[in-house]
Write a protein that binds this ligand. Structure first.
Ligand SMILES: C[S@@+](CC[C@H](N)C(=O)[O-])C[C@H]1O[C@@H](n2cnc3c(N)ncnc32)[C@H](O)[C@@H]1O
Length: 185
């Protein structure tokens, strides 16, 4: 990542803990499972772009973008139009401030990604503990051309409308898992 973006994130989160921020948000909402935060290492994002041949002019959405480090990285390193959709408002405010400050083509929206309406070219979905009912809602999408990058499960496990175009092995801080590039048949 260009150093000043990384530095901006480090500075913004010096006294904040993203794991605790998500836990508090989920506790306040009354969710049972509240330990859901985690971040994708940025070298893995490079590998995903390369192995899945993601074009640099694609619109790339991170559904559940957390601190926003992936869209900020894609916008700073590859000048991609990269977006984050995230329900924790403070993450969104800080990520947009960093994007604006550094003139990056990344933007962040505070909402439930299940309500997102505009068709992306690519969606990255890192939620290894996602409830089945959420995935079942996502696979009902009407977006025919969107390619979905999912971590640890393929959409074809949930719907016969989808097939796996490619897969790779991703290394996360907690271990290895398959990452799938899913497309509608
Ligand atoms: C596991 S973190 C992933 C962060 C980032 N995408 C990454 O890979 O480094 C998941 C994030 O998704 C957010 N999230 C979970 N469900 C969501 C939903 N339905 N709509 C928007 N954001 C959601 C959480 O608040 C959390 O910040």
């Amino acid at each position: 990542m260009v150093n000043w973006v990384e530095l901006s994130l480090k500075k913004a989160y010096f006294f904040k803990n993203p794991y605790r921020m998500v836990r508090r948000f989920l506790e306040k909402r009354g969710d049972k499972e509240v330990y859901l935060y985690g971040e994708t290492p940025l070298p893995l994002i490079d590998k995903i772009l390369q192995d899945f041949s993601v074009p640099k002019n694609a619109t790339f959405f991170d559904f559940g973008s957390g601190r926003g480090h992936i869209p900020l990285y894609l916008a700073s390193k590859y000048k991609m139009r990269a977006y984050g959709v995230e329900e924790v408002a403070e993450f969104v405010v800080i990520a947009n401030q960093i994007a604006v400050k550094h003139h990056l083509s990344a933007r962040f929206f505070c909402q439930d990604y299940l309500d997102w309406k505009i068709e992306p070219n690519y969606v990255y979905l890192y939620g290894t503990c996602l409830e089945d009912d959420i995935i079942e809602k996502l696979v009902k999408t009407s977006w025919k051309k969107t390619k979905w990058i999912t971590v640890s499960f393929p959409f074809s496990d949930y719907s016969d409308r989808f097939e796996v175009e490619k897969k790779l092995v991703g290394v996360y801080p907690w271990g290895e898992t398959d990452i799938f590039l899913n497309r509608m048949k």
